[in-house]
Design a protein around this ligand. Sequence first.
Ligand SMILES: O=P(O)(O)OC[C@H]1O[C@H](OP(=O)(O)OP(=O)(O)O)[C@H](O)[C@@H]1O
Ligand code: HPA
Length: 186
Amino acid sequence: MSEIHPNVKRVLYSADDIKNRVQEIGKQITNDYKDSKDLVLIGILKGSFMFMSDLVRSINLPKTNVTLDFMAISSYGHSTNSSGVVRILMDLKSNIEGKDVIIVEDIIDSGLTLNHLVELLGSRKPNSLHTAVLLRKKDGIKIDVPCRYIGFDIPMVFIIGYGLDFAENYRELPYLGELREECYKK
Ligand SMILES: O=P(O)(O)OC[C@H]1O[C@H](OP(=O)(O)OP(=O)(O)O)[C@H](O)[C@@H]1O
Ligand code: HPA
């Protein structure tokens, strides 16, 4: 493994751990959607960009049956607490009416963001709507959002790497690590 960043207190999941789990989720999705003619994976930017790119390559379905789209939102800004206000920075390019949709998110913390997205995208009348989330902080959830595919349940620590940031840094780290408290608590 490459050097661990000095601001990482510990690595929760290595690049290999993540790769193995994402491949398992990809297999599950391949099986669950084998009869779908119109599966749309919606990556929620920015945090999901690595998970989305590895997940789509782990799904083995006819290429004409699967499309990708993205939404950019923001709820945390430069803080470690959800503001509860979800701002849509970029909406989908495609119409999802009648399609099988999977929202691909990096993390559920309070659940406020995903809950908002499920309500918003559900109102656009997809044929089905499910969620694939890499990390879930079970003890932080304020709203119960149904998740069909979950990578890992994690403790209440602030996570960086594999797409997840603190103040826009650390997204490029290949592992999922706990950010040292002294880096965000004064
Ligand atoms: O369950 P919640 O408490 O609502 O938190 C989860 C959300 O917070 C993060 O987004 P952020 O606003 O940090 O944007 P980013 O994806 O660009 O990092 C993350 O990507 C989720 O979308
Ligand atoms: O632990 C986290 N890390 C990065 N972004 C986040 N957004 C919600 N929780 C987190």
